[in-house]
Design a protein around this ligand. Structure first.
Ligand SMILES: [Fe+2]
Length: 275
C-alpha cells in the first residue's frame, strides 16, 4: 500500500517536471521568435529609411558569410557576423545624419565627425536586444576600429576588436569601393582587392585579408558581387529557426538572380581557422 502511494507520488512529480520543461521550452521558443522578428523589423526600418543602405548591408552580409565560412568559423560565429553585417550601419538612420548622408556635396570636417558617430548611435539603437544578442551592439560599435588601433570610437587594437567587426571592416570596404557612392562610380573588384591588401595589418586583420584575397575565396566574393550588380536581382531575406544555437537565430538568404544559391558548397572551399 505504502509502496504504491510512493509510486503514484513520484509519477506525479515526473509528470509535473515534464510539463514544466515543456512549458519552459515553448516560452523560450516564443521569446526567440520574437527577438528574430524584432531584428527583421529593424531591417525593414533600414529599407524604409534608405533602400540603398538596405542593399548595401545585405551585400556586406553576403560577403561576410563567404569569408566566415572560408575561415571555418562556427555556426554561432557565422550568425553573429551575419547580424553585425546586416546592422552595422543602423546608426545612419538617425535624423542627425540623414541630410549629411544624402547630400551630394563634399563632406566638411564637421560632417565627417558627425558621421563618425554612427557606430555609437547604432549600438544604442540595438542595446535593448543585448539580452538576446550579446555580441551584436558591441560588433556594430566596433566596425570602424582599425587593426593598428587608429580607428574609432574606442581605438581598439588587434584581436581586442570583436571578430565580427574585423570581418565586416573588410567586406564593408569592398562594397564601398565596388558600389557607387556620392561622386565616385563603383570601381572594379580587382582595384578593391588591391586597396584592401594595402590595408593589411594597418586597417585590417592580416589573417582575414589573406583569406579574402585567397583566389578561391575571392572568386566566390566576386561572383556574389556580380550576381547582385549585373542581374539587378532583388535581395531576399528569410528567417529560420534557432538551429540548436544558444541564442536566437536569424538567417537571411540571398538569391543572386537566375543563377541561384550562394556559390559552391562550403565543402568545396578551403578552410582555414582564423581567430
Ligand atoms: Fe559604417
Amino acid at each position: 500500500m505504502r509502496n504504491s502511494a510512493i509510486a503514484i507520488a513520484s509519477g506525479a512529480t515526473i509528470t509535473s517536471a515534464a510539463l514544466y520543461m515543456f512549458r519552459r521550452r515553448a516560452e523560450l521558443r516564443a521569446a526567440e521568435r520574437f527577438a528574430a522578428a524584432a531584428l527583421e523589423t529593424v531591417l525593414n526600418a533600414i529599407d524604409a529609411n534608405d533602400s540603398q543602405t538596405g542593399d548595401h548591408v545585405r551585400r556586406v552580409a553576403n560577403y561576410s558569410l563567404i569569408l566566415a565560412d572560408a575561415a571555418g568559423l562556427t555556426h554561432h560565429e557565422q550568425r553573429t557576423i551575419e547580424r553585425v553585417a546586416l546592422f552595422h550601419d543602423v546608426g545612419k538612420i538617425h535624423e542627425a545624419l540623414f541630410d549629411i548622408i544624402h547630400d551630394d556635396d563634399t563632406l566638411t570636417p564637421g560632417q565627417r565627425r558627425e558621421i563618425a558617430t554612427h557606430p555609437a548611435r547604432g549600438a544604442k539603437v540595438l542595446a535593448p536586444l543585448n539580452g538576446f544578442y550579446p555580441e551584436l551592439a558591441e560588433g556594430v560599435l566596433s566596425h570602424h576600429e582599425r587593426w593598428d588601433g587608429t580607428g574609432y570610437p574606442r581605438h581598439l587594437q588587434g584581436s581586442a576588436i570583436p571578430l565580427s567587426a574585423r570581418v565586416v571592416a573588410i567586406t564593408d570596404t569592398f562594397d564601398a569601393i565596388t558600389h557607387r557612392r556620392r561622386y565616385s562610380d563603383g570601381r572594379s573588384a580587382l582595384i578593391a582587392r588591391e586597396m584592401i591588401l594595402q590595408g593589411r595589418g594597418t586597417q585590417f586583420d592580416p589573417e582575414f585579408v589573406d583569406l579574402f584575397v585567397f583566389p578561391p575565396v575571392f572568386e566566390r566574393i566576386v561572383a556574389a558581387e556580380r550576381s547582385t550588380t549585373l542581374w539587378k536581382a532583388p535581395i531576399h531575406g528569410r528567417r529560420t529557426g534557432a538551429n540548436g544555437d544558444k541564442v536566437p537565430d536569424i538567417t537571411f538568404r540571398w538569391r543572386p538572380g537566375r543563377s541561384g544559391g550562394r556559390g559552391r558548397p562550403a565543402s568545396d572551399q578551403p578552410r582555414k581557422k582564423v581567430r
